[in-house]
Design a protein around this ligand. Structure first.
Ligand code: PEP
Length: 250
């Protein structure tokens, strides 16, 4: 059966020392084994130190991005192999902030997913529509195209390793959240698209997380939906007690 996952996305927040302290706080709050996989996706500079901080705990770590190139003369880039060598298990790929601010196209994301998988990283692949697309009732077509262009090329074996995050762009960092009904409808749609392409067993085993202003107050009603398998959490993952409350909501 599919896994429930609560993953934090720290974005470009915290110095390395602050990040280690936050990871330590979260670790200390998780005395009892939670009902889900807990992942901290942190800045590249923090990965090695936080891997040491959470070593021996149930927390897994992930990066927020990786390069679309394997290695070589790409100054400033961080490869999937480098990410993996820190002890990271996950990598976020296709976050709307990367698509919007750094021009990451579907083709670039396709390369990133392939390289992540080749290096034994689990991609947390983000998809979702912008406000105008939702207003025009185009959200299902948008996520379908995002899947087709970046991940529906994968073999069954590779595809079965991916985790998805449905993140309506209008809900990210805005305080607006998809209603539980909107989230369930879209997650069911994504699962149906996966079933049509890869079959029902793969679809039922794929974890689909919700992201977009998910917090300690609304997490339980979002996670209560049958097709919502946890969350990708931005700002609320930067406060240990809030993040713990979201984990408890699963
Ligand atoms: C995100 O950036 O993935 C996210 C969901 O952010 P927030 O929770 O702050 O909306």
């Amino acid at each position: 059966m599919r896994k429930n996952i609560v993953a934090g996305n720290w974005k470009m927040n915290t110095t390395m020392q602050e990040g280690v302290a936050l990871a330590d706080q979260i670790k200390n709050l998780l005395i009892k084994s939670p009902n889900c996989e807990v992942v901290l996706c942190v800045p590249f500079t923090h990965l090695t130190s936080i891997a040491q901080t959470v070593n021996g705990s149930i927390i897994a770590i992930g990066a927020e991005n990786c390069s679309d190139k394997e290695s070589g003369a790409y100054t400033g880039e961080i490869s999937a192999a480098m990410v993996r060598s820190t002890g990271a298990k996950y990598v976020i790929i296709g976050h709307s902030e990367r698509r919007t601010y750094y021009g990451e196209t579907a083709e670039i994301l396709k390369e990133k997913v392939l390289l992540a998988l080749k290096n034994d990283l689990i991609p947390v692949f983000c998809i979702g529509e912008v406000k105008e697309e939702r207003q025009a009732d185009k959200q299902n077509d948008i996520v379908k195209a995002q899947l087709e262009k970046s991940v529906f090329n994968l073999s069954v074996d590779d595809f079965s390793k991916i985790v998805f995050a449905y993140e309506p762009v209008w809900a990210i960092g805005t305080g607006l959240t998809a209603t539980p009904e909107q989230a369930q409808q879209m997650h069911a749609c994504i699962r149906q698209l996966i079933a049509e392409k890869y079959g029902n067993t793969i679809a039922q085993n794929t974890s689909i997380l919700y992201g977009g202003s998910c917090n300690a107050q609304n997490a339980a009603t979002l996670f209560a939906n049958h097709d919502v398998d946890g969350g990708l959490i931005g700002s609320a993952s930067l406060k240990a007690t809030d993040f713990k409350a979201i984990i408890d909501a699963i």
